[in-house]
Design a protein around this ligand. Structure first.
Ligand code: IMP
Length: 426
């Protein structure tokens, strides 16, 4: 398989886990390049359901090598839990899981600061974070005061943990949040460092050697384009770059070694957490999509906000990521909708049409979606295994979406199981 970047094209939760699982079968090395345990990738295989937050789901495929890249922020305790969970299921990650010594760590004080910061914000300023410490960890990285995985092996590490906990306690006290127990944390991190040591390596060298040896590399993004710190609906975003550019900075593989970009996009739209969502449905149709699509967060269990497909978002994601192929997911969720709406542009209060996604959120708030309508197919599709066998109206809907956002369809998913994946050139 050519070296491939896989990105989410909407606000995350596009069903990337399943598409990654399908593409992993053709890859040798699978690299997670950004985000942290805010992500939740659900994979159903062999009748078992796995939810992974940090480790690439490639670990479920025997013989594949998996990397937690330098662009990730990794919580050592979350990683240990995931390793234990895999072992309980009879999967041994040792020897196949490599953690970059450059990866920054999410420390317990980052989690506490994340929660305390959310709690003290006014209602309309809350981001609705996953509470996994992502913002403070990336803040420390950019502020050049972060701790990297390589530091776990340093003799000064535990002294730094103590110092940082005490410093964070001052802020937590000012924000009215409970203090952390520095002694306990020193003990816990000392144990975590010992357990994780064998997994730590220079993954930049490892990935590039694999590339030189002709192995194929799959770079998997978490979250989605509209949650990107640069291109998303700032400040209602995550703190990393889920877009394709982040795959290179988050792994150390040169952009010149990337062969193609796959964008994962749902046949409708969802968002979890606060922030603008132009095609949101706050009615019975939105509720139907939520129930039928099982639209509840894999990490937090929060109900996701649901809405119609937004082609402005799709076009923007195609442009920013350079999408070659689309993997469209969850078409079956629309099986019993008699009428489907597709947003093709936004129009503001002065009647001005906007075809690209605006940076200015106040403009977005004043905009309304422009919809075109298509008839639903009103028949189940989850049993279908060939694109040609889909109802004509379902094909017309999919083809209209692809025509609006550009690019080619490579995968169409009509259900949660591996078998419900229609492949067209991917
Ligand atoms: P954080 O990444 O926990 O800081 O949360 C920032 C925003 O990104 C919130 O709106 C979260 O709900 C959203 N978010 C973070 N991770 C995911 C994800 O994996 N799927 C969907 N939304 C996410």
């Amino acid at each position: 398989m050519p070296n491939t970047i896989l990105v989410g094209a909407q606000w995350g939760d596009e069903g990337k886990g399943k598409v990654i699982d399908v593409l992993t079968a053709q890859a040798d090395v699978i690299v997670r390049y950004q985000g942290g345990s805010n992500a939740g990738h659900t994979v159903i295989t062999g009748g078992k359901k796995y939810v992974l937050h940090l480790i690439p789901s490639g670990i479920l495929h025997p013989g594949k090598q998996c990397v937690i890249g330098n662009g990730v922020v990794m919580d050592p305790f979350d990683l240990l839990k995931e390793i234990d969970m895999l072992r309980e299921q009879g999967i041994e990650p040792a020897g196949r899981l490599f953690i970059s010594n450059r990866t920054h760590m999410v420390m317990q004080w980052h989690r506490a600061l994340d929660a305390a910061d959310e709690a003290r914000r006014a209602q309309d300023k809350k981001i609705g974070t996953t509470g996994r410490g992502i913002g403070p960890a990336y803040g420390a990285k950019m502020g050049r005061s972060g701790l990297r995985v390589g530091d776990l092996l340093s003799p000064n590490f535990l002294a730094t943990v103590k110092e940082c906990t005490e410093a964070a306690n001052v802020t937590l006290a000012a924000w009215g949040a409970p203090a952390l127990d520095a002694q306990q944390l020193v003990k816990d991190y000392s144990q975590a460092a010992q357990t994780l040591a064998p997994y730590i390596s220079d993954t930049v060298a490892f990935i590039n050697e694999a590339d030189r040896a002709g192995k194929s590399i799959l770079l998997e993004g978490a979250q989605g384009t509209m949650l990107d710190i640069d291109f998303g609906t700032y400040p209602f975003v995550t703190s990393s770059n889920p877009t394709s550019g982040g795959a290179c900075t988050g792994s150390g593989l040169s952009p010149r070694r990337i062969d193609r970009v796959v964008g994962v996009i749902k046949a409708y739209t969802t968002r979890v957490g606060a922030g603008p969502f132009p095609t949101e449905l706050c009615d019975a149709t939105g509720e139907q999509l939520r129930q039928k699509g099982g639209e509840f967060g894999a990490t937090t269990g929060r109900p996701r906000r649901c809405g119609w497909f937004d082609a402005v978002v799709g076009r923007y994601a195609a442009m920013v990521n350079g999408v070659d192929f689309w993997a469209m997911t969850k078409l079956d969720v629309l099986d019993d909708q008699p009428l489907l709406k597709i947003c093709t542009a936004y129009v503001d209060e002065a009647g001005l049409r906007h075809e690209t996604f605006p940076a200015d959120l106040s403009l977005l708030e004043r905009c309304k979606p422009v919809y075109e309508e298509m008839p639903g197919w009103m028949t189940p599709t989850s049993h279908i295994t060939r694109y040609e066998d889909l109802p004509l109206k379902a094909r017309a809907y999919v083809e209209r979406l692809v025509a609006l956002i550009g690019g080619r369809l490579g995968i169409l998913s009509v259900g949660p199981a591996r078998e419900t994946t229609l492949r067209m050139g991917l």
